[in-house]
Design a protein around this ligand. Structure first.
Ligand SMILES: CC(C)(COP(=O)(O)OP(=O)(O)OC[C@H]1O[C@@H](n2cnc3c(N)ncnc32)[C@H](O)[C@@H]1OP(=O)(O)O)[C@@H](O)C(=O)NCCC(=O)NCCS
Length: 298
């Protein structure tokens, strides 16, 4: 069947793409594409730069999506076994990013992020002149049947759910500090996230310091259809690191998560630093894959 592409319309396409991502994951058991929660978190950003490919005909099955993280970093979601389509998508990303160059005369480096070990994608990227670069992040998955560590809350601290607007200013400032987000990340951003279909306040947790400061935070996002659950974000303010707060928060979150019938628990594109790596090992997450930058000058 012929496959055509068009721009992405969130209202119309979001449920179709979610279904497509879940379907491919169920069929293949792989994580080569994003799972639905990660897509939901990003699909309203740079909407004009998202592209969707679908089969012609009555069903109009989604075959692939190309979605950006920034103007020059792209992800590809695709049904496996379509190398020609993959080539078409990579070409589209090249042409589209080239059309958005601030200065058309200057060369620009573009990136497609890809999990290591997908031979079909790697071959397609190489064919178009992309080269593998540094690690982008780690995919971690946790077996939900393994015991949850006994990680007591450090003395004087309290673990509780986020209380909504009254916490958002403090929490947004904290997230900006931990992840180096710019001033664009505000209380309104958090309010937007809390409107997501994956959001469950009981699973949006903070550790509060004795003086009321938010010391550490983590959110478990449960996709309502697939029940795939993503841990995102996880951070501890630099003033409170190494006290056991993150381990204690994740452990409490995993105990609470049992009430929400999760399909699996994963962290997509997790940071690759000694603190994060040790934390996730200590809480039972296993490395399932490594995302790499694949880059090309255009
Ligand atoms: C990663 C991070 C959340 C850890 O938070 P934390 O509250 O300091 O972690 P904890 O005190 O609960 O420590 C958990 C485990 O990691 C270990 N650990 C913490 N920081 C470490 C470091 N810098 N190097 C090595 N091990 C470290 C602890 O010893 C503990 O291991 P143990 O249980 O075997 O003793 C925090 O460093 C952070 O916010 N980093 C920046 C943001 C980030 O990378 N977030 C993860 C995004 S995916």
């Amino acid at each position: 069947m012929r496959i055509t592409s068009r721009g992405y319309t969130p209202d119309l396409d979001f449920p179709k793409v979610q279904e497509f991502l879940f379907e491919v994951h169920k069929e293949t058991g792989t994580f080569q594409n994003w799972l639905p929660t990660r897509f939901e978190n990003n699909h309203m950003d740079q909407v004009e730069d998202i592209r969707i490919w679908e089969e012609e005909g009555a069903q109009r099955r989604v075959m692939a999506v190309a979605n950006p993280e920034t103007k020059t970093i792209y992800f590809i979601q695709i049904r496996p076994g379509h190398p020609t389509l993959l080539d078409t998508i990579i070409r589209w990303i090249e042409t589209h990013t080239a059309s958005k160059k601030p200065n058309p005369a200057e060369e620009q480096k573009i990136h497609i992020i890809n999990i290591g070990g997908d031979m079909e994608r790697e071959a397609a990227l190489r064919k178009r002149g992309f080269e593998r670069g540094p690690v982008y992040g780690i995919l971690r998955v946790r077996d939900l049947d393994t015991p949850i560590p006994d990680a007591p809350v450090p003395e004087g601290f309290t673990i509780r759910s986020v209380r909504g607007r009254e916490d958002y200013e403090k929490l947004a400032a904290n997230i900006r500090t931990v992840f180096g987000h710019g001033e664009w990340f505000t209380a309104d951003t958090l309010e937007g996230i809390a409107r997501g279909s994956f959001y469950i306040r009981d699973l949006d947790l903070v550790a509060e310091a004795p003086d009321g400061a938010i010391a550490s935070f983590c959110t478990f996002r449960v996709d309502p259809v697939s029940r795939a659950t993503e841990l995102e974000p996880m951070g501890t303010h630099p003033d409170y690191r190494g006290l056991g707060l993150a381990k204690s928060l994740i452990s409490e979150g995993m105990r609470r998560l049992k009430d929400y019938d999760p399909l699996l628990l994963y962290i997509d594109g997790a940071a690759d630093n000694p603190g994060a790596n040790r934390l996730y090992e200590a809480t039972g997450f296993v490395k399932k894959g490594t995302y790499f930058y694949w880059s090309k000058m255009i």
